[in-house]
Design a binder for this molecule. Structure first.
Ligand code: CA2
Length: 148
């Protein structure tokens, strides 16, 4: 059994489709590729990493609630929930560990409806616009926050 601090990586709706459409925005890598990148970065930082993707808001809320007292940090790409899920906002706000918001694209450079993030106010850091490399940067950011 590992005793390394645990990072929970959460992926929101439609991110399971990565690599199949809109490569000009989201790249050609799959979600599995990004999770592998995150795992390598976590391992190098001495952290364990768990990943869950869901298209369902309540499943993500349950998973965030389950992270309380169990995880050292949460890295989340909430997908479109970023822009309107106050339920995810409230669940993240109740955490006792740092949250890193992650996006492949930079939503603030896209359509106006993507400019609001309801996750941003409860995140210690946001990583956006770096494509797949953002997964490495987000985990390294989480490691820095865990280390204090
Ligand atoms: O840039 C990001 O990572 C986003 O979180 C991705 C979300 C979008 O709603 C956010 O504004 C920004 C959408 C993910 C959907 O990904 C797809 C990938 C391939 C085909 C269809 C959707």
């Amino acid at each position: 059994m590992s005793s390394r601090p645990l990072v929970l990586l959460l992926s929101g709706p439609n991110l399971n489709l990565l690599g199949t459409r809109q490569p000009e925005i989201y790249g050609t890598e799959t979600l599995d590729d990004h999770v592998t990148t995150a795992r390598v970065a976590a391992d190098a930082a001495g952290l364990d990493l768990e990943h869950l993707q869901s298209n369902h808001e309540g499943v993500l809320v349950d998973e965030i609630q389950g992270a309380r007292g169990r995880c050292a940090a949460v890295v989340i790409n909430p997908g479109a929930f970023t822009h309107y899920s106050w339920a995810i906002h409230d669940a993240l706000a109740a955490l006792d560990c740092p949250v890193v918001e992650l996006h492949l694209s930079d939503p603030k450079q896209r359509e106006e409806w993507r400019h609001l993030s309801v996750v941003e106010p409860v995140a210690a850091a946001t990583v956006a616009g770096l494509g797949g490399d953002g997964y490495r940067v987000a985990v390294e950011t989480a490691a820095g926050l865990i280390a204090g």
